[in-house]
Design a protein. Structure first.
Ligand code: FAD
Length: 473
């Protein structure tokens, strides 16, 4: 049966685009190297018709598909299970920018387009495509949409969902839904676009999308501030909203321990205020200005002056030029990599109302340190969106593999129960994938879960798309 299916797939996409032999690690292993599956084949269609034909062939054979973009997702959603019976459908060859419509301020792009390539295409045409995250050199817009990725500019431009005006989708039956109209108003029944966004490849395969473009800011300034506490960081955020208005395009917070990992593992990087006791937290702020650099600087200076006065910051540097700004962002973006260098760790991508974050961190830090003496807490994230990466690293002298094996379940329970107590979400950005199916069952309301299951059954009764991801198979 699988030989017959493989022959059909080769006939659809061409034999070189059906990979069965050789090293398939890049497709079969998740980004964090925590999970390794085995694919029946990796299939690389070149256009939407081919995607539809592949889905039809697989559905007829009863073979499930795992859509995959850049395979940078952090919830084990884009790699096959261990059965050796799933087809990985890689969208990477479908990477064209189909159209930039200046008057409509939109770009229509194929799902496999790498995010950075999309940003560059927009910039070349004189526009800004504001989605930005540390994986932008390899993640794809299809994957960003399927996970409703957030990133560093959500505080101004929203999540990927807010940037999308339309989708082209292949259904689990292999039909093509053409919805890339680029309309900003369209109240004609259920919003299928919003349903597909964030569905992690379980309801349809996104093959193209129409995304919003924005004017390029006239100037962009980045500052790095030493902050005496998380509480003060939250007050600083309020001031930044007040002083910068829509110019506030980034507000990231980083705890000293997170920064110390960058210093240890990437010693060439110069991290401002690293190790300074007066700076238990650092904040990265970005101000995008539509007028001029002078105007941007004046507004930034007014903000900083007030922040000093109010005791929200103890020191600050403002990048002199774009290179310095990129260096500051690079430090922030290197934290996950520095953490990986330090060893396996337990990650939590949580969101809580901004006002409640300091209390959450204080009480949860204390709880974990009481329960697991010596545990190291890595705190950083998009404070502007109430989104923290609240990660837990083994004690300094501990074996990180053993720590994960012995403590992960307990740590997760402690953290997620604390998140629930504070009215937060256990998955702010990274989705559910295979990693958090049980958490979804535990923390989502039964009514919401029932509606989700009904949608999945209604759209994909054969359970052909990404089974076992988001919802139990
Ligand atoms: P993949 O990993 O290939 O897939 C992710 C999910 O989407 C899977 O369930 C897959 O089946 C599905 N999928 C992929 N393509 C399609 C498609 N065309 N149609 C239907 N389903 C599809 N996320 C954030 O939100 N904010 C961040 O700041 C952030 N930073 C990150 C930093 C690093 C270093 C890394 C490694 C990841 C980060 N992420 C972040 C995770 C983020 O979800 C992914 O990087 C990205 O959005 C996934 O894109 P991808 O193309 O790699 O998708």
């Amino acid at each position: 049966m699988s030989d017959l299916l493989l022959d059909q797939l080769r006939a659809i996409v061409g034999a070189p685009n059906v990979l069965t032999d050789g090293d398939l690690t890049a497709y079969e292993q998740d980004w964090r190297k925590r999970d390794r599956g085995k694919a029946l084949a990796v299939v690389r269609p070149g256009n939407t018709r081919q995607v539809a034909d592949v889905v039809q062939a697989c559905a007829a054979a009863g073979t499930s598909l795992v859509p995959q973009g850049g395979n940078t997702g952090l919830a084990v959603g884009s790699t096959p299970d261990a059965s050796g019976q799933q087809v990985v459908l890689s969208l990477q060859r479908m990477n064209a920018v189909r159209e930039i419509d200046g008057a409509n301020m939109t770009v229509t792009v194929e799902a496999g387009c790498v995010l950075q390539a999309l940003q560059e295409a927009a910039e070349k045409a004189g526009y800004l495509f504001p989605l930005s995250l540390a994986a932008e050199g390899s993640c794809t817009i299809g994957g960003n949409l399927a996970t409703n990725a957030g990133g560093t500019q959500v505080v101004r431009y929203g999540n990927t969902r807010d940037l999308c005006l339309g989708l082209e989708v292949v259904t689990p039956q292999g039909e093509i839904w053409e919805g890339t109209s680029g309309l900003r108003k369209d109240n004609t029944g259920y919003d299928l676009r919003d349903l597909l966004i964030g569905s992690e490849g379980t309801l349809g395969i996104i093959t193209a999308a129409t995304m919003k473009l924005y004017p390029m800011p006239a100037a962009q300034l980045t500052a790095w501030a030493a902050v005496p506490s998380l509480d003060r960081a939250v007050t600083l955020l309020g001031l930044a909203h007040q002083y910068l208005g829509a110019g506030l395009t980034g507000f990231e917070v980083m705890g000293q321990f997170a920064l110390s990992l960058v210093v240890r593992h990437f010693p060439a990087m110069r991290v401002p205020f690293a190790g300074e006791p007066s700076a238990p937290y650092c904040v990265l702020l970005e101000n995008s200005d539509s007028e001029s650099e002078d105007h941007a600087r004046a507004r930034f200076e007014a903000l900083m002056e007030k922040a000093f006065e109010d005791g929200c910051i103890t020191d600050a540097v403002v990048a002199e030029n774009l290179t310095q700004a990129h260096q500051l962002w690079h430090i922030r973006e290197s934290i996950p990599l520095a953490q990986a260098e330090e060893g396996l760790n337990i990650k939590h991508d949580i969101s809580i109302a901004v006002s409640r974050i300091p209390a959450f961190v204080a009480s949860t830090d204390a709880l974990l340190q009481r329960e697991i003496p010596g545990v190291r807490l890595v705190n950083f994230g998009h404070l502007g969106d109430g989104n923290l990466h609240y990660n837990v690293q083994a004690p300094a002298d501990g074996d990180s593999k053993a720590f994960l094996r012995d403590e992960e379940a307990r740590v997760n329970t402690l953290v997620y129960e604390a998140v629930a107590e504070f009215g937060g979400s256990f998955s702010a950005e990274h989705g559910i994938g295979a990693l958090k199916v049980d958490k979804l069952e535990k923390h989502k309301s039964p009514v919401a879960l029932g509606m989700m299951r009904a949608i999945k059954r209604g759209l994909d009764p054969q359970n052909i798309l990404n089974p076992g991801r988001v919802l139990r198979a």
